[in-house]
Write a protein that binds this ligand. Sequence first.
Ligand code: SF4
Length: 665
Amino acid sequence: MKPPSVVRLTPGKRVLFLTKDPELIRKQLRGELDLQMKDLRVEDLLDDINTDAMTPAWVCFDHKPEDLARNAYAGLIVDGKRLFEQDALINGNFEVIVSGYRKGVGSSRETATQAEVWSGIRIAIAASFAPIHAGNNINQGLLMGDHQILSRLQAGEGIPLAEFTKGRDAITKIIIEQGGLFPFAKALDHIELPTPNTPKRPMTMGEKILARHARGNVKYVRPGDALVVDVDGGYTHEFTTAQVHYFLEQEYGPDYAIKNPQKFAVFEDHLIYADDVVRMRPFIPKIEVLRKLQHDFQHHTSCRDFSAVDNVSPGICHEVARELIVDPGDFIQATDSHTCMGGVNNALAWGVGTTEYANLVHSGLTMVEVSESIRFDLVGQLQENVTAKDVMLHILLHYAKPQMTLDRIIEFTGPGLRWLSMDERATLANMATECSARTAIVEADEKTFEWLASIRPGLDVARLRSRAVTPDADAEYAGGIHTIDLAKIAPMVAHPGDPDHGIPSDPTNGARINEIGDVKIDIAYAGSCTAGKIDDLLFYHQVAKEAVDAGRKVADGVTFYIQFGSQMVEKFARDNGLVDTFERAGAIVLNPGCGACIGCGPGVSEVANQVTISAINRNYKGRSGPGKLWLASPLSVAASAFTGHITAYTPGMFARLRQPATVPA
Ligand code: SF4
């Protein structure tokens, strides 16, 4: 539905403030309290509300928005209990929802937006929004504004719609005015879209790729330009495909078709182990529906099929995509926030919601606003106990926390890159979404092409080389160019915060391991798209071999899970004896796929007092079970598994520990 040209609060409807004080939320939900913006400060409002809190994984097992909205905000847990009981948001009669900074961080799941919209919310107010979530809001026709706008609305003022579209690019403005992406797509025949005429200018890597994919006579772009772009490829997985199929049937009828099905793929990777998680058992019938609908979509569209065979997944979509799908210079869109991992291949790739994906597979093109960029020029060489994961935890703490990366394209360049393998570079690209960045892209070099050629026999390397992009000498980086000396990075963690008391569990909670004191662990998890690559397995093995050679096993009371990112990784690990060492060490080795990372596989915590150290990319409360989740590098995770507390690995540490203590004479 199109929004009105002047937006006012509806008499009788309410405004919900998501405050750091949970009691205030409870009172509002019970109808005992109606707050005004003037009663509160922005600091009183919850920051970093992540999409897992808005719609935890189990809520997304309902693919119809009207069903999943009944459990809106089911992931906001305080003292072990849901703050929002079933139907609480719907029954509250709210039309505005208010929070603090960085609303909608985390997963790209559009269900978070849908849960609000189908509960009656038409305006979301926040100090800032995570970029993918903001895009989902726009696509679903949910207006976004800041706290000043809310004060004026609550004072009875009518706010022109133009204030809600202010600062948006020319095409996004039209999408908002039409009431969302599907109404916009249907009105396209009657709308003339603007084409930017940016004159010749030096461009960043991201700008070059977007300019190359733009429709119309576009040669140069600058941040803020609105483009219609061709999409080279994309993918969904069984967590998201059902909605894409459902939306396409609803919008275009049961005979809908997609453009270029050979460019798009489905993966079975996220829910492959859900049947093994006790907490997931009640949802198995719904998961079966998701699996069936993905199967139906693949048959209906003839897109590429990466389904499980004999219940074994080919691997995590992002890992397999960088191995087999993403080429340098590509523009890739997929329904998962870690789509940015494709940036390691010198491509531009980011996650989108199901509405946007449905629209782009149907039309073959999508609408993009050119983002600003920030550049990290890497110099020096990592110490031997430090990995790319530590670099990202450092960037999250020092650059993402103060919002320097927000909605920007991160570019990784510099001589330090040459010391990082393609797998390590993939970790850099993968965690751009934790930085609330638009995406990340890594400059290509010979290693890029050698790696691609090694895993794709017969590849036309010359063609790929010609597609690669480099930044122009005077390209503009609104976020600045920052030199990071890799030699100065220390082993890092991100701590789980104290979400019950307003300190979110967040990947930006960085600290050096030598600053955190003694933290005992129950679970060590080694895997995910971030840390299930060949080099990650080699890191785990480096530590495990030292430990086993020193006569040690996984520490008493600790369960150590190691999971491959793809079948290619598994083959490498088995062929080279890594699995043998892991098993001798007492680790549990799991087939390829993601699971624990999204709370749907072995490795999730079962009770709130369990402590996990994990090589995954995000530690949002409840994502991997109710316990406390610390993020760390593959080396630190493996070392901790053997010591039983969070430990920075140092080469030779287990051999030294084996030596008998010197007895004084
Ligand atoms: S491993 Fe985790 S972060 Fe990566 S794609 Fe799977 S659920 Fe998402």
